[in-house]
Design a protein around this ligand. Structure first.
Ligand code: SF4
Ligand code: SF4
Length: 408
């Protein structure tokens, strides 16, 4: 019975990298179009086999990512349908926005309508569009997609008209407030600089028409834990995502402050309790964090071979084919805290206390007393997630419910 309940609440998730091909130039990513390596994409039959095995194992969340997954739009649509029919409730995918770049072409609206109609005909739960900077020219230069911001602005009402509310996928990087030249970021104003820049970024995406946001923490290949060897090459050694630990803390604190200010104006997915934990990991140590569920129900599938890994960053641990794995808990007990990958870290923090309630209620009770601040944030996150309809990207925001979170 306990196993059944736990299976029901553990956020087993698969991140399937459908392809590592991409048509954008993002400097923060090892898969950008200028990088030379053998590119690949998975076969549909293999992905379906993975989905079937995962559903049998209690899969809850599936993400189709890239590279740029929508370079193969019809294939992704077909896989979303397959996963939806197999019973997966939380199906996520997204884009760098390349299809919105050519917004002056006469058939732009018709073209986007067709795309949106096809997506609306699936059970996609959440659809993201990446935004890297509050300054349109900076975002477009980083992505190598001129005109994409205007195009997204034109496309969003079409999505909304079909009942899809895309999330702005915001990368925390040095260019969020404009091209970085070191000013303000290397002085004692670092926190204030980023608080203002991240606030501007939110104002920008709200003005564009976004109603939801998610955030990606910066992932650098420099100075990482010795066991980190990415199979998911979405990280980079470039300075725009490289933050020494003291700066990283200030960046995360700035993001925390802005979430608290603005989460009544736009649905912000990042749980504050998860961010609070990450900040503490870098300030007072790891003992307060809930360990990551990568390798414990949650896995990454790579685009080159279709093999499973505990996550996109433990590339030394090739687990072979997902459907041949003997257990979905290759880590006997979750313990990893070696990176900041929000896909797995945020979910692990959010579900950690729930697992404690069912498995070690005394541990949860003790934490309620000894770590009151964390538990208060976590309880607020649950209420906030409920007010956001659990970030269901198929329903509009309810600003009346969100207004209760103004100023806290
Ligand atoms: S971040 Fe995404 S869009 Fe940009 S280069 Fe990497 S895979 Fe492509
Ligand atoms: S913290 Fe999670 S995502 Fe990061 S290396 Fe460990 S298992 Fe992977």
């Amino acid at each position: 019975m306990l196993k059944f309940i736990l299976n029901g609440i553990t956020p087993n998730q698969l991140v399937i990298q459908y392809t590592d091909m991409c048509n954008a130039q993002c400097p923060q990513c090892g898969m950008n179009v200028t990088e030379r390596f053998h590119r690949s994409r998975l076969k549909q039959d293999m992905v379906k086999k993975i989905i079937d095995a995962a559903v049998k194992r209690g899969l809850k969340i599936i993400q189709f990512t890239g590279g740029e997954p929508l370079m193969f739009f019809d294939e992704i649509v077909s896989l979303i349908k397959y996963a939806g029919n197999a019973g997966v409730k939380y199906i996520l995918t997204g884009t760098n926005g390349f299809m919105f770049a050519n917004h002056n072409s006469p058939d732009f609206v018709e073209k986007i309508k067709k795309v949106v109609e096809k997506l609306a005909d699936t059970k996609v739960y959440s659809f993201w569009i990446s935004i890297d900077s509050a300054v349109p020219e900076v975002h477009e230069k980083m992505r190598g997609l001129p005109g994409v911001i205007k195009g997204i602005e034109k496309a969003l009402p079409i999505f909304h008209g079909h009942g899809i509310y895309p999330a702005a996928n915001l990368l925390l990087n040095r260019n969020v407030g404009g091209f970085w030249n070191g000013d303000g970021q290397e002085s004692g104003d670092f926190f204030e600089y980023f608080k203002n820049a991240i606030r501007d970024l939110f104002a920008f995406v709200v003005n564009m028409g976004f109603t939801t946001s998610i955030a990606a923490y910066p992932m650098s290949t420099n100075g990482v834990h010795e066991d980190i060897d990415p199979v998911y090459m979405s990280a980079s050694s470039e300075d725009i995502v490289r933050f020494p630990e003291d700066e990283k803390v200030l960046l995360l604190q700035a993001y925390f402050a802005v979430i608290s200010e603005l989460r009544h104006k736009i649905r912000i997915f990042t749980p504050r309790s998860a961010l609070y934990s990450l900040i503490r990991q870098y300030t007072i140590g790891e003992s307060y964090c809930y360990p990551c569920l990568g390798g414990y129900g949650s896995f990454f599938i790579d685009a080159q071979e279709g093999n499973a890994y505990p996550c996109g960053y433990r590339g030394k641990e090739n687990l072979g084919k997902y459907w041949e794995m003997e257990s979905v808990n290759i880590d006997h007990k979750p313990s990893c805290l070696k990176c900041d990958w929000e896909c797995f870290r945020d979910a692990s923090e959010f579900f950690g206390p729930i697992q404690d309630i069912f498995t070690m209620p005394w541990k949860f009770m003790k934490r309620t007393v000894t770590d009151n601040q964390y538990i208060r944030l976590w309880l607020k996150d649950i209420l906030y997630f409920r007010a956001c309809d659990f970030f269901n990207g198929r329903v509009p925001p309810n600003f009346k419910k969100l207004s209760k979170f103004a100023g806290n």
